[in-house]
Design a protein around this ligand. Structure first.
Ligand code: IUR
Length: 345
C-alpha cells in the first residue's frame, strides 16, 4: 500500500497463486475497502506493464517494510506479491489527501486527475473533493500551470496557423453590461490585427458575448473551424462560441465547481480561463480582469493576483499575454441585456 513501503509511492498487491484473486490480510491494508481492491486488480489486469517484478513468498521473507516489519509475518506462504514500482500508479484518495493536507501535486498527478475527469475514471465526488481541497489550500504556480496545460490538452485545439498575420484573443473575467468585445474587436481588426475570438455564454450574474451576439437575428456563433478561418481572412475578425470538444475537462470541472461552492478560487479560475485561451491557438492574449462588486473578484488585491497568475501561465506557455484590471463596481455603459447591449455598442 502506497506510503507503507520504502520508496513511497510503490503499491503492493497480494495475489493468490491460483490467479488474480486478492486475499490479503486486512491488518496492513486497512485503508483499502473491497471496492479499492477490485479497482486495483482491474487496473493490473488491464495494464500488466504496471507489474515490474514478481516476488515469490520466499523472496518476500527477505523484504523489509518501511517500518521494518517483515512481509512474511503478514502473508501466508502461498501468496505471491506483485510490486509496482513504476511510480506512476495513482490513487485518487491519496491525491485528494495530499492536497487537503497542503502538499504540492506533481504535474503527473494533476494529469492523472484531469485524464480521469475526462474518461470518467475519476468520479464526480472525488473531483468535487479535489476542488474543495484546492479551494482551501490553493495551488503553487507550478501546480496551476500543470492544471491549465492538462485541461488545454484534454480535447480539441484550434489551428490558426493557416491565418496570416498576428492573431489576438481577448478575454474578460465577466461583468455586468460588459460589451467591450463588441467594440474593441472591430477596432483591433481595423488596425490590421487578426481577431479569432472564442467567447463564452453568461456565467452566474455575468453576461456572455455569445448570448449577446445571438440576439442579432440570424447571427450564427456555431461555425466550423474552416468557416472561422475564412471569416478572419476575409474581414479580420470572427467571434464564435467554444467548439464542441474543446477543454472537456474544464467543462466538467466547471459544472462541478458551480454546484459545490468552489467557483471563486484563483487557481481554479485562472486555469479554467487560460486552458481555453491556450486551446484557441492565438499568438497573443489580452485579459480584462474585472474588479469590484459586480465581478467574481471583489478586491483589487485578489484581482491583481488573478491577473498575475493568468499572465504567468500564458507567458509560461509561450504566448504573449497581458492583463488590464478594470472597474466593475457599476455596469459598463447604460444598457444591460443582450440585444440592448448590441444596440448600444
Ligand atoms: N470563466 C471561466 O471560463 N472559468 C471560470 O472559472 C470563471 C469564468 I469564474
Amino acid at each position: 500500500k502506497g506510503g507503507s513501503f520504502k520508496g513511497g509511492r510503490s503499491v503492493t498487491y497480494g495475489i493468490a497463486d491460483d490467479g488474480v484473486r486478492l486475499d490479503l490480510q486486512r491488518s496492513l491494508f486497512s485503508l483499502f475497502t473491497q471496492s479499492d481492491y477490485d479497482a486495483i486488480i482491474e487496473r493490473v489486469k488491464a495494464d500488466p506493464t504496471m507489474i515490474s517484478s514478481l516476488v515469490t513468498a520466499d523472496d518476500a521473507k527477505n523484504i523489509v517494510l518501511g517500518d521494518d516489519q517483515e512481509l512474511s509475518s503478514i502473508f501466508s506462504p502461498n501468496h505471491v506479491l506483485i510490486f509496482t514500482n513504476r511510480g506512476d500508479f495513482m490513487y485518487m484518495p491519496e491525491l485528494i489527501r495530499k492536497k487537503r493536507d497542503g502538499g504540492e501535486l506533481t504535474a503527473e498527478e494533476i494529469s492523472y486527475i484531469i485524464n480521469g475527469c475526462v474518461s470518467g475514471e475519476v468520479p464526480d465526488y472525488q473531483l468535487s473533493a479535489f476542488a474543495m481541497a484546492v479551494f482551501f489550500r490553493g495551488m503553487t504556480n507550478a501546480e496551476t500551470v500543470a492544471l491549465t496545460l492538462a485541461m488545454r490538452d484534454s480535447g480539441d485545439k484550434a489551428d490558426l496557423s493557416g491565418i496570416s498575420g498576428v492573431k489576438v484573443d481577448k478575454h474578460s473575467t465577466g461583468g455586468v453590461g460588459d460589451k467591450t468585445t463588441l467594440i474593441v474587436a472591430p477596432i483591433v481588426a481595423a488596425c490590421g490585427v487578426k481577431v479569432a475570438k472564442m467567447s463564452g455564454r453568461g456565467l452566474g450574474h455575468t453576461g456572455g458575448t455569445v448570448d449577446k451576439l445571438e440576439s442579432i437575428p440570424g447571427f450564427r456563433t456555431s461555425i466550423s473551424p474552416q468557416e472561422m478561418r475564412k471569416t478572419v481572412e476575409m474581414c479580420g475578425l470572427s467571434v464564435t462560441g467554444q467548439s464542441g470538444n474543446m477543454c472537456p475537462a474544464d467543462k466538467k470541472l466547471y459544472a462541478l465547481r458551480d454546484v459545490t461552492a468552489t467557483v471563486d478560487s484563483i487557481p481554479l479560475i485562472a486555469s479554467s480561463i487560460m486552458s481555453k485561451k491556450l486551446a484557441d491557438g492565438s499568438d497573443c492574449i489580452l485579459l480584462d480582469v474585472k474588479t469590484g462588486s459586480g465581478s467574481f473578484m471583489k478586491t483589487l488585491d485578489d484581482s491583481r493576483l488573478l491577473a498575475r497568475t493568468m499572465v504567468d501561465i500564458g507567458r509560461g506557455a509561450g504566448v504573449r499575454t497581458a492583463a488590464l484590471i478594470t472597474n466593475m463596481d457599476s455596469p459598463l455603459g447604460s444598457a444591460v441585456g443582450n440585444s440592448l447591449e448590441v444596440i448600444e455598442s
